[in-house]
Structures are given as C-alpha cells and as structure tokens.
Write a protein that binds this ligand. Structure first.
Ligand SMILES: [Fe+2]
Ligand SMILES: [Fe+2]
Length: 165
C-alpha cells in the first residue's frame, strides 16, 4: 500500500533539518570565520552563509525524499563550508579572476586552516563545482551537495531562501 506522509510529519522533518543545520552552524561559529560569510552576498539577496545553509537543507531533504541514508553531520558541515572562500565575489577588486573554477580549492584551504575536516567534508567542498572542475565527487554526500548547489543557485536568484540567518 502506498504511504503518504502527513503534513505534520513533513513539518517535523523540515524543523528537524533546520535545527540540525543551526546546531552545526553554531559549532562552526565558535571556532572559525564562518560569521564573515554572512556579510557577503551570493545570489539575489541571499548571503553566502544563507546559500550554504540552503544547500545543506536541500541536500538533507533530497536524501530524505529518496529514502537514502546519509551522514547528516558531515553533509551539513561540508555544505556550510563549501563556499568558504571568504571574499566578495561580486567585487572585481577582491574576487579571484578564475573564481568559478578556483573557489572550491580556496574554500578547502581556508576550511582546513580553521577546522578539522573529515575526508568526506573535504570531498564535498573540493568537488561541489563539478563538472566545471575536472574531478567528480567521490561520496554520495558530495554528489548531493553538487546537485543541491546548482538547484539553490537557481532558486535563490528567483528569491527562494529556505534558511534565513
Ligand atoms: Fe561554490
Ligand atoms: Fe555554492
């Protein structure tokens, strides 16, 4: 028999995912420079931090929808740090000339300087721009962030933001 999820069950999952993202964000705020990402714009009126939180949210929800298990802690931390390049990419003076291709490497460099990362978190950060970058993601979590990043870039441009900070 086909089971349909009730509206309250869907709300519970959304709340659970948002809480998990806030928990991980708070931990990252305590030791690194993630607060700076709240001051840089990403797409539309969405900050880099909000974009990263959106990517975490969409990645988690897609795994839930598909019924595929994933490591949420690594998925969320990797998502929150995937654009940890720490400059305003809209400003020609501060932006790297090859930003689109280069920023995953820089984000990983910055994140490794400020945090202790797992292999999977490194994979998520380094390969999220595939196929623009040559090497593809290795883990299912990194593949999902790679997909969610593109979905969020499009929806944020049209004003949709799932996680506000
Ligand atoms: Fe990116
Ligand atoms: Fe991104």
């Amino acid at each position: 028999m086909k089971q349909t999820m009730t509206r309250s069950a869907r709300c519970d999952i959304r709340t659970e995912v948002r809480k998990a993202i806030c928990r991980q964000a708070k931990k990252l705020e305590q030791s690194g420079r993630i607060d700076i990402t709240k001051t840089f714009s990403q797409h539309g009126d969405c900050s880099v931090f909000e974009h990263c939180a959106n990517v975490a949210y969409v990645s988690c929800m897609l795994f839930r929808q598909m019924g595929i298990e994933a490591d949420w802690d690594e998925l969320i931390r990797g998502s929150l740090l995937h654009d940890y390049f720490l400059y305003d990419w809209h400003n020609r003076k501060t932006c790297h000339p090859a930003h689109a291709v280069y920023h995953p490497t820089l984000a990983l460099h910055n994140a490794k300087r400020d945090y202790q990362l797992t292999v999977k978190e490194e994979d998520i950060i380094l390969h999220h721009m595939f196929p623009l970058t040559v090497l593809p993601p290795k883990s299912k979590e990194a593949w999902m962030v790679c997909l969610a990043d593109k979905l969020c870039a499009m929806t944020e441009t049209f004003g949709k933001v799932w996680v506000r900070k």
